[in-house]
Design a protein around this ligand. Structure first.
Ligand SMILES: C[S@@+](CC[C@H](N)C(=O)[O-])C[C@H]1O[C@@H](n2cnc3c(N)ncnc32)[C@H](O)[C@@H]1O
Length: 623
């Protein structure tokens, strides 16, 4: 299968082909359509991280000969909708190259997932009457779908993932009982239902008891399919202890099936390695153990990913997770000597993953003097040497505005007194007697948005309510469209609330950006960077909202800063991280003063400051 590709990687959009699903049975839904051709957009590299001291040229010992030559050799982290990112990967040399895919997509749970955001510093650094400040909760992503949209969303991703998978590759799809039965049908259709289906793994976790009127929900399902049905996929068999009841019954003897002859034989347990690991995995707790938690909602334990990756791939293999969240898959792959590609639509996820991988690579750098990839390192516990000690982040399309959308919608609803409707596939809620449509905040209201409301109303002949359209900005011809429409319609009148300028509720979104005072100086052969102050009006506003009558006071600017990145020779395009200051614990603060070797005269020094809400500021100075 060929892609129609343009020669330059970054210049133009390309078109990639996606094969039809091959299997049966087939689930159907309203609006089901295959994905024959899809546009692939170019990506821009945003940041490059390298573990301090890792001279990549001499340290890269993995076999990168199959790697697309336009891309940096190392971990790849993409910020964007995975439909765009997967198309981009297909168009840029990754077709058939991925050995293992793990995905943990939204579960269609009807929930908005939130991350608890806190200021940095020991208790009391920033306080009101001795209380620690929190910044409340930040909506990370929204998991509210109408059934058909969810199925089409997953179907499209699975079709593309199949194209990326190597013939000897495997895919693991993590889900729960809310959509598991439907996803299983989709997987059967896309990957084939007989020999390609390998296991339904039950991950049985521990969690706090709840008060619900049913049995406590304590498991997720992970469906494992191999792309081919010829057993060419990687599988490293592992063993576990036999259960107590088994031991009692068979008195310490283990009965195992001889796969060649199909007969059973009993051996003493000493002679065997135990029982082959079952497909019920009782491990960890729901969000992983305390030390590994990032605060990202729905984070999965690293132990779970380590088991999947170590059993079902080989050192050096390429692992892909296009719903990367907090970066668990990437960290497990990194620790186990595999290469990895991750993607998420949410900027908070990209920042969390980047932070986590930097810390992991830094630790690997400290622990080992770069053994060959896949080679065992001499250490107390043998570990596999890493494939890479650097990674880069990329963006497919521009999602900076998009990521604010979920949060902005939640705030707008609260501000305007809109009751959210979870079950309506088109309208977002109601306000008084009116239906409400919220137009995505990444573009101003256009006649096309208004036409979609008109079409929806036409399909609902019984609907008599007026519609409130909430938007951020107007396109010039949208006002005239609304006036003409309202003049023609006796019912279903359209009312528009523009969130910046509306007379009653306007001024709702007024963004004052992050600002900072940064001194960049040359002292002898050193470059000295001193951050003197950082001001985040958004954080102050948030604190005031959270704390009610008390006014927030931040006495140490470092409490609002999550991390500092420095590029001493900025080329104006990619942020090459020369130094990163990312304190591992929430109570630790960034240093604020940095001494580095002076770059050649004329270099541009860039300092990136990321605050606790993920807002970024880059300060530059020519040395
Ligand atoms: C259940 S979480 C994954 C958690 C992850 N396994 C971990 O251990 O942290 C699902 C992730 O999918 C992301 N997501 C949802 N829709 C997406 C899309 N269209 N493209 C890329 N990522 C998406 C969400 O932002 C969220 O981070």
């Amino acid at each position: 299968m060929n892609d129609t590709t343009a020669t330059s990687k970054t210049a133009k959009a390309k078109e990639v082909t996606v094969a039809k699903a091959k299997g049966r049975p087939m689930l159907t839904w309203v609006g089901k359509k295959p994905l024959a051709r899809i546009k692939a957009f170019p990506a821009q590299e945003i940041e490059r991280f390298q573990a301090a001291g890792a001279e990549s040229a001499t340290l890269q010992t993995a076999d990168w000969s199959d790697w697309p030559k336009d891309l940096p050799q190392g971990g790849l982290l993409y910020h964007g909708d995975n439909k765009d990112v997967l198309a981009h990967l297909l168009a840029n040399g990754f077709r058939g190259k991925v050995k293992l895919i793990y995905i943990d997509p939204p579960f269609d749970s009807g929930a908005d997932y939130v991350r608890k955001v806190q200021l940095r510093g020991a208790k009391g650094t920033v306080k009101i009457d001795g209380e620690e400040y929190t910044l409340g909760e930040q909506v990370q992503y929204s998991d509210i779908w109408a059934n058909d949209n969810y199925l089409q969303f997953m179907y499209e991703r699975l079709l593309m993932l199949r194209e990326l998978l190597a013939d000897s590759g495997s895919i693991f799809l993590h889900c729960d009982s809310s959509k598991g039965h439907l996803l299983r049908c989709l997987l059967d259709e896309v990957f084939g239902q007989d020999k390609n289906f390998r296991n339904e793994i039950i991950w049985s976790y521990r969690r706090w008891p709840s008060n619900s009127q049913n049995f406590q929900q304590m498991h997720d399902s992970i469906f494992w399919y191999s792309k081919s049905n010829d057993n060419s996929h990687a599988f490293h068999k592992t063993y576990e202890d036999a259960s107590e009841s088994y031991m009692k019954r068979f008195g310490g003897k283990t009965q195992i099936l001889d796969e060649e002859t199909g007969t059973r034989k009993i051996t003493s347990e000493d002679e065997t390695k135990g029982m082959p690991t079952r497909d019920v995995w009782e491990l960890s707790i729901i969000a992983g153990f305390k030390g590994e938690r990032t605060g990202y909602p729905t984070q999965k334990p690293i132990e779970l990913l380590e088991r999947i990756i170590s059993c079902c791939s080989n050192p050096g293999d390429l692992i892909l997770d296009c719903f990367i969240g907090s970066g668990t898959t990437a960290e497990a792959a990194q620790k186990l000597g595999r290469r990895w590609v991750g993607c998420d639509i949410n900027k908070g996820a990209i920042q969390t993953t980047a932070k986590r991988l930097q810390a992991c690579m830094q630790e690997q750098r400290r622990q080992a003097k770069r053994p060959a990839q896949g080679e065992l390192v001499e250490a107390e516990e043998p570990v596999l040497g890493p494939c890479q000690l650097d990674f880069s982040t990329h963006r497919v399309n521009d999602y900076d505005l998009q990521i604010q959308h979920n949060e902005a919608v939640a705030l707008a609803c609260e501000h305007l007194g809109i009751t959210r409707t979870r079950t309506d596939a088109f309208f977002d809620g109601t306000q008084g007697g009116r239906l409400v449509k919220i137009v995505p905040f990444n573009h101003p209201l256009t006649p096309m948005d208004l036409e979609s409301v008109q079409t929806e109303l036409k399909n609902r002949p019984q609907e008599e309510r007026d519609v409130l359209v909430v938007c951020l900005g107007w396109q010039h011809d949208a006002r005239a469209w609304v006036e003409q429409y309202n003049a023609r319609r006796p019912i279903n009148k359209l009312h528009v609330t523009e969130l910046r300028s509306d007379r009653k509720v306007g001024g709702f979104i007024r963004h004052e950006p992050l600002s900072a005072q940064v001194k960049i100086e040359h002292k002898n052969d050193k470059l000295v960077i001193t951050i003197e102050d950082v001001l985040s009006p958004t954080i102050v506003q948030r604190l005031n909202l959270e704390q009610g009558v008390f006014r927030a006071q931040i006495t140490d600017w470092r409490a609002v800063v999550d991390c500092i990145l420095i590029d001493t020779q900025h080329d104006g395009k990619v942020f090459n991280v020369t130094l990163s200051d990312v304190p591992a614990r929430k109570q630790d603060l960034v240093a604020g003063r940095y001494e580095l070797s002076a770059p050649p005269a004329g270099s541009t020094v860039a300092v990136k400051i990321i605050d606790m809400l993920g807002e970024e500021l880059v300060v530059m100075n020519q040395s």
